[in-house]
Design a protein around this ligand. Structure first.
Ligand code: RFL
Ligand code: PHB
Length: 399
């Protein structure tokens, strides 16, 4: 079997890439180890940057997103019970974000790929890559077992590893050729979904005396909330009563605001780390999305970065297939990494600003207070937050 582009992973990076390539007449095969049902049901991100919304709309995938998603024109920072609203639209010249769950984006992408006969293989196993060298000389082969267990060999011009943090693509590269820089945080997030009406028209990022809490939403009936927890906690450590008591305490305002409570039907603990693996190209293998970089969820950037990688790579592959020009393939990594590092910087800053670090010394705590104080008083600081949150440009021109 052969194709032009073999894509490992049917997450946001893999599916956006496959759909964009299809729009340019470039063939791809997507190999995914999970079932389609599992992909459609996995709860993850919720916030789409303005540029992501625009891209999905231009791709013809905006119908449900614009009907069911919630446009948020600002967000609230609640520190010590006092609110400061960050006005995205006013501070960025009209840009905003969309709260629309990642699995809804994936459903729209899957439906679009399947409607146009996209070659998506679910439930594959034992994916291995060979023929990956640091130049364009050798042609890659991807071997895997299909859903029935049969061994398949797929020859491709290019392989794109969109297989997330646990993927196999990176392991095809000589470890000496990869540089990993990372940071682990001394806390995690417990995420819940509950059946209740929205507590707020906008997301609330709160720092209480003993930690962070986030009020997000999914719909008029389902709410998403997170709270800072110990990194080793499991959902079993958090009874519903403990969750609500913690959320009430961290979100309390001086005028008695309380979140709307309701039955909790999903609890997950999310690890918090920052990581970048460079370079993002090894001859005919490219890495995209979480396979190459991870951010803590505080800045809501991971999904958006994965989609912007896919967009850059689709442009580069299109140029290559159209006129044989490799320039954009060469600059894919450096261009993507500039945006990735801007997002790393922002996500780390938001995380440091809004969490209680168990090992922080008195100096670090005072600095955090001063940073928060500045943010609540300076329009320039609020503009920095707003323009990063709604999303920086994907490619040059940067400013
Ligand atoms: P994904 O989504 O992990 O998809 C990778 C796919 O590859 C498959 N796979 C394999 N397939 C074949 N063979 C193998 N050997 C394979 N190994 C893996 C997997 O099954 C999977 O289907 O990576 P991608 O496409 O790079 O997308 C990244 C995003 O999913 C991720 O960055 C975001 O979810 C992060 N994130 C958020 N990002 C935002 O932009 N805004 C948010 O509001 C936001 N909130 C979040 C988040 C992540 C969270 N969690 C659970 C980590 C909130 C949470 C709680
Ligand atoms: C979410 O709704 O899942 C969400 C919102 C904002 C974040 C992270 C996750 O920063």
């Amino acid at each position: 079997m052969r194709t032009q582009v073999a894509i490992i992973g049917a997450g946001p990076a893999g599916l956006v890439l496959s759909q964009l390539l299809d729009g340019q007449g470039i063939e791809s095969v997507v190999l995914e180890c999970r079932s389609q049902e599992a992909i459609r049901a996995t709860i993850r991100a919720g916030v789409l940057e303005q540029g992501t919304v625009d891209l999905l709309t231009d791709m013809g995938l905006g119908k449900r997103m614009h009907n069911e998603g919630l446009r948020h024109e600002g967000t609230v920072l609640r520190v010590g019970g006092v609110d400061r609203r960050i006005d995205f639209v006013g501070l960025t010249g009209g840009r905003a974000v969309m709260v629309y769950a990642q699995h809804e984006v994936l459903k729209d992408l899957l439906d679009a790929r399947l409607a146009t006969g996209g070659d998506l293989r679910f439930n594959v196993s034992d994916v291995t890559l060979s023929g990956i060298t640091s130049d364009m000389a050798s042609r890659p082969v991807v071997r895997f077992r299909d859903a029935s267990g049969a061994a398949v060999s797929l020859r491709a011009d290019f392989v794109v590893g969109c297989d997330g943090t646990q993927g196999v693509s990176r392991s095809a590269v000589d470890p000496q050729a990869l540089q990993t820089v990372e940071r682990h945080y001394p806390f995690g997030w417990l995420g819940i979904l509950c059946k209740a009406p929205p507590s707020s028209d906008e997301l609330i990022y709160a720092l209480g005396a003993d930690g962070f809490a986030l009020v997000s939403t999914r719909s008029c009936e389902v709410q998403r909330m997170y709270l800072q927890c110990d990194p080793g906690d499991t959902p079993d450590d958090w009874s519903d009563d403990r969750i609500w008591a913690t959320l009430r305490a961290r979100l309390a305002t001086h005028d008695g605001w309380q979140p709307n409570e309701g039955p909790i039907f999903d609890k997950t603990v999310v690890g918090m780390r920052s990581r970048v693996i460079e370079p993002m190209r090894h001859g005919r293998l490219f890495l995209a999305g979480d396979a190459a970089h991870v951010v803590p969820p505080t800045g809501a950037k991971g999904l958006n970065l994965a989609i912007s990688d896919a967009r850059l790579l689709a442009r580069a592959l299109t140029r290559f297939y159209r006129d044989g020009n490799e320039d954009l393939l060469d600059t894919y990594g450096p261009t993507a990494l500039r945006r990735i590092w801007r997002a790393q910087r922002f996500s780390t800053w938001m995380t440091t600003l809004l969490h209680r670090f168990p090992d922080a010394d008195a100096y670090a705590r005072k600095l955090q207070d001063a940073d928060l104080d500045y943010l609540t008083r300076s329009r320039a600081a609020c503009t920095t937050l707003a323009e990063n949150y709604v999303g920086l440009p994907v490619a040059p021109p940067w400013d």
